[in-house]
Ligand binder design. Structure first.
Ligand code: ADP
Length: 287
């Protein structure tokens, strides 16, 4: 066992070293390398969120990981060496070569959501280039899940491309959709074909608000279908960056005939779950 150095350069006796280490605060980190954004969180052993960061993944996931972790550590006011264990998740998790462990985003999202709810729930996650629905049991176990990571249908990317056609951005799309007087039907889930539909609605001078509403509804339909397949629990929550789009949350609720709630810190949910798992996996002999 390594002995703790005391002030004045002396070393504590082994039993004191053990006691000091047991009482020293321990920190854990989770990094979620998504296709669009990279998220990092730092938590305490009591699972309190100390630091967080969301940065664009861009063309270098490695750079994004370093930047996100540095920002989260700065917010937490701790050094990188104080992190006792770090778990990476997300589609780029294998690029985090310094991680102690790499775990799938289904497991980490489920863990993050269960930690906040402590009860059975259905989680819908809509990220930049994938969407998923996860049925989570009363012990936090993943009962079943559905995932689309093959095409942009029902994802943030779909919204980003089509928002641009409407000469707006994803942050504004929700407000536009909520101001609609009637909703148009977007029949194609495929981004390329949906873009042609939007262009022809614009040519017919359809109000952009009604088109925005149709686009949000289209995403809700795609993802709502997946949620029904995994089974709807009493509590339905949404995570991922697209959870910031209230029009989609409302449309999902109407689709499912239930209230859909936005989970706390929705975009950080996977990274938070990874950090929770990091804390749980730390064995006693690491103390
Ligand atoms: P990933 O983990 O796949 O990289 P995220 O969960 O970080 O994805 O979500 C990224 C997506 O969230 C973006 O594609 C964007 O569409 C959406 N998004 C992010 N912020 C907002 C916002 N404020 N309003 C609406 N959509 C948003």
């Amino acid at each position: 066992m390594k002995r703790c150095k005391l002030k004045g350069g002396h070393y504590a006796p082994p039993h004191e070293t053990l006691v000091m280490k047991m009482y020293a605060e321990r920190y854990f980190a989770g990094i979620d390398v998504g296709s669009t954004t990279t998220k990092a969180v730092v938590i305490t052993s009591k699972r309190a969120l100390l630091g967080k960061a969301v940065v664009p993944t861009g063309i270098s996931a490695g750079r994004a990981v370093d930047k996100a972790l540095a920002q989260a550590l700065e917010e937490a006011s701790i050094e990188r060496g104080s992190i006792r264990r770090l778990v990476a998740t997300g589609y780029g998790r294998n690029l985090v070569n310094f991680a102690d462990e790499r775990i799938t985003e289904i497991t980490c999202h489920a863990r993050g959501a269960f930690e906040k709810l402590q009860s059975e729930l259905t989680l819908i996650d809509i990220g930049g280039q994938d969407c998923k629905a996860i049925a989570i049991g009363s012990q936090g176990r993943v009962k079943s899940f559905q995932m689309n990571d093959r095409c942009a249908a029902g994802t943030g990317r779909f919204l980003e491309v089509l928002a641009r056609v409407l000469e707006t951005d994803v942050e504004n799309l929700s407000a536009m959709a909520l101001a609609a007087t009637r909703r148009v039907n977007i029949n194609n889930m495929c981004t390329v074909f949906a873009e042609s539909e939007v262009v022809s609605f614009i040519a017919q001078e359809t109000p952009p608000e009604d088109i925005a509403c149709g686009l949000c509804w289209s995403v809700a339909e795609r993802v709502g279908g997946m949620a029904k397949k995994v089974g709807l629990g009493d509590d339905i929550f949404i995570s991922g960056g697209v959870a910031y789009n209230s029009a989609i949350v409302t449309a999902l609720g109407k689709q499912l005939g239930r209230t859909v709630q936005v989970i706390e810190e929705p975009q950080l949910n996977g990274a938070y779950g990874a950090a929770i798992i990091a804390g749980e996996r730390m064995r006693l002999d690491d103390v």
